[in-house]
Design a protein around this ligand. Structure first.
Ligand code: RIB
Ligand code: CA
Length: 313
């Protein structure tokens, strides 16, 4: 079975970093065609710095890192330093990156890659606000039918909001972009807070990362030590929720996850509920299903996979 070709669109972010490392540790199953960065957790210059730091940590400076949009389609940027720290990758002390930023804009890279690759063979994996994806779809509508799938981290239903009472961060930062993506007709699988809040890095699980004794294992443990304080304080969680790695794990072992194919629409007008993913989980409307919305995870299986794969780097 050939490796699945993916583009990871990302706003690192400690959890983005773990998602990228998991992908890079699994070359038999996943071929990373490139990383495209977007403003989100921290401004674009920092997400682009952090993406290169992660590639160098994984020993993969061959991976192209393409800088993308530095603000949402039509709103001011909202960032999350309160969660990820001022660099966006606080926790481990990692060297400043020396690998180059690829010269092409992320949106051009997405468009050209999708036009060059055989139709239906490339999956987009957005881990941040959907600005780059929506911009690419607006500039080149033809790419929608070229995509195999979009597997994204974003949204929430039963878990409601983490940045407002009703909205999850990635969707909230650029609700107009999310609206474009969810109305695109592309096959979409969504990893909302409903499932990512069940992927918690307990002390035992973080000790297992540290016990790998490798630069990657120790760095992931230190990222999680930093990243967990927000969720522990706010939710009383048993550990940091590994939001973005759920996307990569789904590509590797979809059987770890379960959800429903339902209608999901994005609130783009009400200030009160802006960025809410209105998921028709109970099918109380006749709105057409447009996304597979994941609600559950085999957390033990997820962490066993993650720890085994990180050990390879
Ligand atoms: O709400 C969680 C999401 O927002 C994650 O992708 C995290 O990295 C931030 O981008
Ligand atoms: Ca992210």
């Amino acid at each position: 079975m050939p490796a699945r070709k993916i583009i990871i669109d990302t706003d690192p972010g400690q959890d983005d970093a773990v998602a990228i490392l998991l992908a890079l540790s699994s070359p038999e199953e996943i071929e990373v065609l490139g990383l495209t960065t977007v403003a989100g957790n921290v401004p674009l210059d920092l997400t682009t710095r952090n993406a290169r730091i992660v590639c160098e940590l994984a020993g993969r400076t061959d991976i192209g890192v393409y800088a993308g949009c530095d603000r949402p389609l039509g709103r001011n940027l909202v960032t999350a330093e309160h969660v990820h720290g001022k660099t966006g990758l606080d926790g481990p002390k990692l060297p400043e990156p020396t690998m180059e930023i690829a010269p092409e804009h992320a949106v051009e890279f997405i468009i050209e890659t999708l036009r060059e690759q055989p139709a239906g063979t490339v999956t987009l994996c957005p881990l941040g606000p959907l600005t780059n994806i929506a911009t690419a779809l607006q500039k080149a509508p033809d790419i929608a039918e070229k995509l195999q799938e979009i597997v994204l981290m974003g949204g929430a239903y039963f878990e409601v909001g983490n940045i407002t009472p009703t909205a999850e961060f990635n969707i909230y930062v650029d609700p107009e972009a999310a609206d474009i993506v969810f109305k695109s007709g592309i096959k979409i699988t969504v990893m909302p807070l409903d499932v990512t809040h069940k992927a918690l890095v307990t002390k035992e699980r973080n000790d297992a990362f540290r016990a790998l004794g490798t630069p990657v294992g120790v760095a992931v443990a230190e990222m999680t030590d930093f990243f967990e304080r927000f969720d522990k304080e706010k939710y009383g969680s048993a550990g940091a929720p590994l939001h973005d790695p759920c996307v990569t794990a789904y590509l590797l072992k979809p059987e770890l996850f379960s959800g429903r194919h339902i209608n999901v629409e994005i609130e783009t007008t009400s200030e009160l509920t802006l960025g809410m993913t209105v998921a028709d989980w109970w099918v109380v409307t006749d709105r057409k299903p447009n996304a597979t919305f994941i609600g559950d995870i085999d957390a033990e299986g997820f962490f066993a996979l993650l720890t085994e794969r990180l050990a390879r780097l």
